[in-house]
Design a protein around this ligand. Structure first.
Ligand code: NAG
Ligand code: NAG
Ligand code: NAG
Ligand code: NAG
Length: 471
């Protein structure tokens, strides 16, 4: 019966989808004949889907199809692929899912945020698979785990699948929240190691071995809800080595580079099936001084990270970067934020395409309601700007692999809000923007396939209709 709400959810998504397409395009300029045919085709498709799912036989058939379709996401060249079809991502972050899932009184919020996300077509969620030594720690001390918290993570993974959402699981933090590298250093000191900086996390052999043990434990975990081992679970889209690694103690970047090299290969040695990304913010560094002009400020090239060099490491499958004009450029909202986003995204998409030969995911982007000059229409403009830059790449089959909004919250969790939370039920215009972008990506993903290179079914001029002008 768990599947019943999903089915009706799907119907609603489809209906909303059709509605949005119609609204969006009727309000635009002249609609030509192929547009009318297209709408007819789409309505027909939708009707077929709906009538199918209302019979028992239909449900069985759909169920089988769904299971067959639930394959690992892979990388082919500069694109993500699943079942031989492109997988361009519209996704989101909700970092605290595991902690909320521990307690029965808050566990329902996990299902709620997945349900709301799937209602606007979001397909990937990035969340924490760590909580090192803090309140409700997953890892209480090196290699000592709280089984209740691990079961909570199992629940998150199992619930994500119910709503057809894949997960990017991050394995530790650069920052103090939820433990991170500072906690590893505390553990090391408690064990008698001579440690002088939190960046010793990257270089001290014992701390490296602590981190590797955590990686090994999580990847080999057998989910107590599904019996599927994490490393075999297609619900997991990718592993992230660390949230926003920086190593300011070594601006040359060598120390962090060595850590990435060791850990990316280590993850792959345990789990060759899943994709791996680093978790960087994306600053250009010493290896590409001709690109540092794209950084938001001059400090950014001194934090020990190096976008191009870091991503050329064996075992890293795709680039992942963040976009925070308000914390990097100026806190006060201005047009400069939009200009920065455009150039930051274009530079990284170009480099991913031409130098790295991999997809790039904009794994965090958003704006804080606490910023001076903030209003909700600016937030909508910012989100649309990110989506437009991505569509520009998607429609060419480019390396702009997707974006993950920071961050999506269900109702009634305001006390966790850092200013960036988007609550869909309170933001109808934002919901529409997200939903429309999902629809566009879904149509592209379903109409195109990878053989020797991308071919899109052009029968009904769908792509022309959706992608040909500046939307
Ligand atoms: C601890 O390490 C620092 C820096 O590597 C070094 O200068 C210091 O002598 C060491 N202290 C001891 C007690 O080994
Ligand atoms: C998981 O495995 C156990 C023990 O073999 C079994 O009892 C249980 O039904 C399985 N659960 C699922 C969801 O497959
Ligand atoms: C929202 O903020 C932007 C940027 O500060 C400003 O240009 C715009 O006029 C504001 N809109 C409203 C409706 O206040
Ligand atoms: C889309 O890409 C073209 C060239 O590839 C570029 O000229 C244009 O500015 C881009 N538009 C947006 C909105 O990024």
């Amino acid at each position: 019966m768990g599947s019943h709400p999903r089915k009706s959810g799907f119907k609603i998504i489809f209906a909303v989808t059709i509605f949005l397409i119609i609204i969006d395009n009727f309000s635009a300029t002249a609609l030509d004949v192929s547009g009318d045919e297209l709408l007819e085709t789409m309505v027909e498709t939708a009707e077929n889907q709906l009538s199918h799912s209302s019979t028992n036989l239909g449900i069985y058939e759909l169920g089988d199809m769904e299971d067959n379709a639930w394959q690992m996401v892979e990388r082919k060249g500069i694109q993500f692929v699943v079942n031989n079809q492109p997988f361009y991502i519209n996704g989101f972050n909700t970092y605290w899912l595991m902690v909320f899932a521990v307690d029965q009184s808050t566990r329902g919020k996990v299902s709620e945020v997945f349900q709301q996300a799937s209602s606007v077509g979001l397909t990937v969620c990035r969340t924490w698979a760590f909580n090192d030594g803090q309140w409700r720690a997953l890892q209480k001390s090196p290699s000592v785990y709280d089984e209740d918290v691990f079961k909570a993570l199992d629940f998150v993974v199992s619930e994500a699948k119910k709503y057809k959402i894949r997960l990017i699981l991050s394995l530790t933090n650069n920052w103090d929240a939820y433990g991170g590298k500072a906690q590893y250093v505390k553990w090391g000191k408690a064990a008698g190691l001579n440690l002088t900086s939190d960046d010793d996390f990257f270089s001290h052999p014992t701390l490296r071995s602590y981190y590797k043990a955590h990686v090994k434990t999580v990847l080999n975990r057998v989910n107590t809800f599904t019996n599927v081992t994490y490393k075999d679970d297609p619900t997991i889209f990718a592993w992230e080595l660390m949230n926003e690694p920086r190593c300011v103690s070594d601006p040359s970047g060598d120390k962090l580079q060595a850590w990435i090299q060791e850990m990316a290969v280590y993850v792959k040695s345990i789990d060759p099936k899943h994709l791996v990304e680093i978790g960087l913010e994306g600053f250009y560094g010493p290896s590409t001084l001709n690109r540092v002009q794209f950084n938001p400020n001059t400090y950014a090239q001194q934090v020990g990270t190096d976008f191009i060099r870091n991503h050329q490491v064996l075992g890293v499958d795709f680039a992942s970067i963040h976009i925070y004009a308000d914390s990097w450029v100026s806190q006060t909202i201005s047009d400069a934020h939009i200009q920065f986003i455009n150039s930051w995204m274009q530079a990284h998409i170009d480099d991913a395409e031409n130098i790295l030969g991999m997809p790039v995911v904009f794994a965090e982007f958003g704006v804080s309601t606490k910023d001076p000059g903030y209003n909700s229409s600016f937030r909508d403009t910012l989100i649309s700007t990110v989506y437009k830059n991505l569509l520009n790449s998607t429609k060419k089959g480019g390396s702009g692999g997707g974006s993950l909004l920071w961050q999506l919250f269900p109702d009634g969790t305001d006390y966790m809000d850092d200013g960036y939370a988007v609550v869909l039920s309170e933001s109808p215009s934002t919901s529409n923007i997200i939903s429309l972008h999902s629809t566009r990506l879904t149509i592209f993903n379903s109409k195109c396939s990878w053989r020797s290179h991308w071919g899109c079914k052009k029968k009904n001029a769908l792509e022309t209709f959706l992608y040909h002008d500046d939307l």
